[in-house]
Write a protein of this length. Sequence first.
Length: 150
Amino acid sequence: MRNCYCFDSPIGKLTVYGNDNVLTRLEFGAAEGDTPTPLLYCAARQLEQYFAGERHFFELPLQPHGTDFQLKIWKCLQQIPYGETRSYKQLAEMAGNPRACRAVGGANHCNPLPVFIPCHRVIGSNGRLVGFGGGLHIKKHLLELERQCR
């Protein structure tokens, strides 16, 4: 059995993974064979508050697994304020490597904790919505929610 918890949300079923101490993944869709922990229930509750417009940041121990570059980009993502967006170029600049736009896109794509690590706040330099693992309709929903609840 894996430590995960599946629940319904306004964007469909979500599954959070982790243990008693840290969250490691958030996936769009349902998982089977879940063994929830108190932390996973807490993560689901905080997401419910987020979707209700009551929570603008998460207070959870996150432990994403990735390369040093990916971890650096994911930390930069967490600095984008609720309800705001940044382009891939701006994110590359935040990370200290303004020419790494494509690599930033790759790191965003590999983000194991979407929403908690807000990769949905990254848009194309022309302002268009591009790339999101959960689908552009979900990205649009998250951005609209945040703009309305700021």
